[in-house]
Structures are given as C-alpha cells and as structure tokens.
Design a protein around this ligand. Structure first.
Ligand code: NAD
Length: 354
C-alpha cells in the first residue's frame, strides 16, 4: 500500500475490547477522575439504563434517553442543558450511531469528554464527524472537539442486535472501508485498516448469522466496525456515500439499509477507475468484478437488495440523480447525471449492477 506521498493523522483514542467489558465502566470512570456521568440511549434502548447506572457505582449524575436518528439540534440542546443542570463531567453513550451522535453534539456544546459503548457497527464512535439536522437540513462538521476519547467494545452488547440490522449495519461499515480504499487522501495505514476491517466482516458475518450469540464472531465484527469507522474518520468518502446521503436526506430512506443496497452498484461503477486500489476487495470477494462480488455477498447474507423495498418510488429516481450530481464529493471516476440515473435503476429493481 506504500505510496510516496501521503498525510496520515490519527486521533488520541483509548479503545478497549472484551466480552463483559461494560462491567468495568466504574474503573474507567475512576481512571478518568470522573464523578458525575450522564448516560445516553435512544428511547428504544432505555431499558439498558438501570444496568449501566449500577456499573457507574454511585458516579451517575443522570440519564437522557431521547437520542434520535440524524441528531436533531433541538434534542441536542435539551440534552446539553440537562448535562449542565446535573453538572455532568462525562457523557456515556450506549447505542448505535444516533446515540453516539448525541454524545458528540453534547461534547460540542459543553466540552465534556465521551465514553462510547457501541451496539451497532456504524462506526461513528471512531470519527471526529458530526451530522446534525435542523429544519429538515443536515449539516456535517468535523472537529477534534467531537471525537470520542474512549471506546469500550463489548461483544455481549451486540449479541441482541437483530439479524436484519446486523447485516445492514455491517454493510454500512464495510462501505466506509471500501470507499477508504480508493479515497483521494488515502494513506497506507488507512488502507491496511480498511482491508483488515473488510476481512473481519467477511470472515465473521457468516458465523454471526449461524449463531448470533457467538461472542468470538461478534467480537470480530466489532473489531471490523472499529477499523472501518477509523478509516471513515481519516479519509474522504466518495460517490457511494454521496448517493446514500442524498437518498437518506431527501427521501427519508433508512440509513444502513440504503448503504447495503447501494454499495455493490457504486463499487461496480467505480471499479474500472480504481482497479488497483480495489484489488484487496476483488481478492476478498473472489470475483473479477468487485461490485458483483459484493452483490452476491450481500445476497448470501439476506441483505435488502432493492431501493423499491425501502419505500423509494421509481419516480423519485430522476430527482435523486439530479441531487446526487449537485455538490458532488470527489470520486475516482467522473460521472454524468445520466450515468447516475442508470446506476440507480438496477439498485431500485434489485438487479445485479450492470
Ligand atoms: P441507530 O443508532 O439509529 O439505531 C437504530 C435503532 O436500533 C435505534 O432505535 C437503536 O436504539 C436500535 N439499536 C441499536 N443497537 C441495538 C441493539 N444492539 N439491539 C437492538 N436495537 C438496537 O443506527 P445506526 O445505523 O447505528 O446509526 C445511524 C446514524 O448514525 C445515522 O444518523 C448516521 O448518519 C449516523 N452515523 C454517523 C457517523 C459519523 O461518523 N458521524 C458514522 C456512521 C453513522
């Protein structure tokens, strides 16, 4: 992966892996000198709070369980006010990208440090990126202020992730690594992490599907999520992420599912312009066309394969293509609006990439 010109920047992050690690949360608080933790979840995962208050061992100042998809600003401000009111000195997020997003939004507003216990593979915990929404508009910022300082990966927390979400969330994570491979600002180290992250998912996902409570396999997928998320935090994303952001932002199709459907099509489109960079993926998928290889891999996992099944109307495809070429992200292959429209058709129908 060596190339003679690159810039690599890594964040100072403490990362721990281990089954049952959540039970040492009290030690982590003590280590950081924290006395007043604020626990965060979505309303859907609020039943975890009592257990985690116990782990804090008297160092819990409060809990807030209103984390939501796309980090609405009104909720972030309410949560930041609450953090100030209970005089919190650290925020602890237990959940997926939405709950991590809320921790980051509080950190941005208050400067509080964060401890994240991920329960999906989205990877937000490993990035300095925060997307926020207000009045239907999503804005994204990147700042060391929002980069979580501690991540505790406990595979026991993810054994209950339902299988359909397991598959889509994993493909969401793999998309970060795939686009990291051909990123304009890729570095040898980011590429190594991308390849290892992809390998971990490819190896462990079939074992997770066979036994969702297999802690070794679940641990390996979390390891993959960490690597793929770290890549996302270090290098720029391209066409695939632009398409997913457009579809999620303007048509409300669900985040991880959209990644799962689009990835094989975006890769098949980019492959001719990024053959060398994609070589590790091509080898891993065992198919000359890495997009087609990914399509068969996703199908073997029972992933959603068609945008039509995610609630997108065929008549939305024209506008989706228009929006995707407005303010495009850098991409290894240049494209026209009509090429994007052509890419979206088989993705909508659930056919393999052309
Ligand atoms: P999510 O956090 O929105 O979770 C979806 C639902 O599943 C929620 O109701 C959640 O409570 C529930 N859930 C999570 N883990 C579970 C588990 N183990 N068992 C049962 N239910 C569980 O979904 P996500 O895909 O993790 O995150 C998506 C959000 O994260 C999007 O808003 C996306 O933009 C953002 N994101 C941001 C970054 C970044 O770097 N800033 C990276 C990736 C994703």
């Amino acid at each position: 992966y060596y190339s003679n010109q690159f810039t690599a920047q890594s964040a100072q992050v403490r990362v721990r892996f281990g089954a049952g690690l959540r039970r040492s949360l009290g030690e982590e608080l003590e280590r950081g000198g924290f006395e007043k933790a604020l626990l965060l979840t979505t309303s859907f995962q609020s039943d975890l709070l009592a257990e985690f208050e116990g782990y804090c061992g008297g160092r819990c100042a409060g809990s807030f369980s209103k984390a939501e998809m796309h980090t609405p600003v009104a909720i972030s401000e309410e949560a930041a006010d609450y953090a100030r009111a209970c005089d919190a000195d650290v925020v602890i997020a237990i959940g997926g990208g939405s709950t991590t997003g809320l921790a980051k939004a509080i950190a941005l507003r208050t400067g509080l440090p964060q401890i994240i216990l991920p329960t999906t593979y989205a990877g937000s915990e490993a990035t300095p990126v925060l997307g926020q929404t207000e009045n239907g508009l999503k804005t994204t910022l990147s700042s060391p202020k929002v980069q979580p300082g501690t991540i505790l990966y406990d595979p026991e927390l993810i054994t209950g992730l339902p299988l359909p979400m397991t598959v889509t969330s994993a493909l969401n994570a793999m998309a970060h690594a795939v686009e990291g491979l051909y990123a304009r600002d890729r570095s040898p180290i980011a590429s190594l992490m991308a390849v290892e992250g992809l390998r971990a998912f490819q190896s462990a996902l079939p074992r997770v599907l066979a036994d969702p409570r297999d802690l070794t396999a679940r641990g390996e997928t979390l390891y993959g999520a960490w690597l793929c998320g770290t890549v996302l935090g270090q290098v720029g994303m391209a066409l695939h992420h632009k398409l997913c952001h457009t579809l999620g932002g303007s048509f409300g199709v669900p985040h991880a599912e959209t990644h799962a459907v689009i990835l094989p099509h975006a890769v098949a489109f980019n492959a001719p312009a990024a053959q060398e960079a994609l070589r590790p993926l091509t080898d891993l998928m065992g198919h000359d066309n890495p997009g087609l290889g990914l399509w068969h891999f996703a199908q073997s996992l029972g992933a959603p394969m068609a945008l039509r099944d995610l609630g997108l109307a065929e008549s939305d495809l024209d506008r989706a293509a228009d929006l995707s070429v407005a303010n495009p992200y850098w991409n290894p292959r240049s494209f026209t609006r009509d090429e994007i429209r052509a890419l979206l058709q088989p993705a909508w129908e659930g056919r393999p990439p052309a």
